[in-house]
Design a protein around this ligand. Structure first.
Ligand code: NDP
Length: 301
């Protein structure tokens, strides 16, 4: 009987994960169908009940449910517990296990960006949503000593710092208000800049002006595109990476969990590139709230 894996989010129609995961299951010869389930928060509980039944191998969870799903599972892995966010569900009988494979995906992306250099110890993170949680936890685990978080709504960044209080007690993890001059002065003291906001996902906006970027920065944008931020960083001489590797490797880790097999990385990467060329652009979710309501340009394609 065909098994089912679903992506639960709201909205999900532009997600790239469907193409990537279906290609992997097909390549492995597994009789699995990957479905996109658009479920508003009020329907999340019913969706979770449904995937406990025998038809389902597991699920991905994306915006806006990654944090909301945490109390609905039976067990959390270390990464899911530490970040307070779940992006993958697996089954143990009818029990659900919550994982956060974004953390593993971020590590691959960071390692590639840093290359042969010594791992830096200071980072600036823009954003305080689910993606930022995986980034901050990844930086803590990597031994970073000073991480500054800027977010449009400062209270969310403060909440994130509070969440990591104990895990980050040996280091400096701070939330700061989103002012260009403060970001500029922090960038002067840092080596790694990560954009974990959705600014640039659906428009050509940039979270920070190009003039404040310097050539010795390593800049990672979680968005799977050569965003305006990355273009400005490249013009300044900085090393850059987009969100492709993180997306690919969080997906590969999820595939391994569901199938017990190694993930066919090349097949998944090809499927991603093809889907992106067809106009899909969300790394693993869409902006919510004001952004979704229209303060960003409409989706291209
Ligand atoms: P969330 O909805 O949880 O968070 C969105 C973040 O973007 C918040 O910090 C929010 O700020 C900020 N933001 C959105 N619009 C604006 C705006 N107009 N001005 C200023 N700040 C804004 O989303 P996620 O954290 O899950 O995802 C964030 C981005 O990272 C997305 O583009 C997503 O596709 C990408 N991502 C990529 C992954 C990958 O594998 N490559 C994995 C995870 C995420 P505020 O809190 O103030 O609203």
């Amino acid at each position: 009987m065909t098994k089912r894996v679903v992506l639960i989010g709201h909205p999900v129609s532009h997600s790239l994960s469907g193409a990537m995961q279906q290609a992997a299951f097909d390549h492995a010869g597994l009789d699995v169908k990957y479905e996109l389930w658009d479920r508003p928060p009020i329907q999340l509980g019913d969706a979770i009940v449904e995937i406990r039944t025998d038809d389902f191998l597991g699920a991905n969870v994306t915006i806006p449910h990654k944090e909301r799903v945490v109390p609905q599972v039976d067990r959390l892995t270390e990464e899911a517990h530490a970040t307070g966010a779940v992006n993958t569900l697996t089954k143990e009988g009818r029990k659900l296990v919550g994982h956060n494979t974004d953390v593993a995906g971020f590590k691959v992306a960071l390692d590639k960006l840093v290359g042969r250099q010594k791992m830096p110890r200071q980072a600036v993170v823009l954003g305080a949503g689910g993606g930022a949680r995986a980034v901050v936890y990844g930086l803590i685990r990597e031994g970073f000593q000073r991480v500054i978080i800027f977010n449009r709504h400062l209270h969310r960044a403060e909440g994130l710092v509070k969440h990591f209080g104990r895990t980050a007690s040996h280091m400096e993890l701070r939330a700061m208000p989103w002012h260009e001059s403060i970001i500029e002065s922090e960038l002067a003291k840092t080596k790694v800049l990560v954009n974990a906001t959705s600014i640039g996902l659906m428009s050509s906006d940039t979270p920070v002006p190009g003039e404040i970027l310097t050539g010795d920065l390593l800049v990672l944008d979680l968005i799977y595109d050569n965003t305006k931020l990355l273009q400005a960083a490249q013009a300044a001489g900085a090393a850059t990476s987009d969100g492709e590797l993180m997306l690919l490797h969080q997906g590969a880790a999820a595939f391994r969990l569901w199938s017990g097999q190694e993930a066919p990385l090349e097949v998944m990467q090809e499927a991603l590139e093809k889907a992106r060329k067809q106009g899909l652009r969300s790394a693993e979710g869409e902006p919510t709230g004001a952004a979704a309501a229209g303060d960003l340009a409409p989706e291209a394609g």
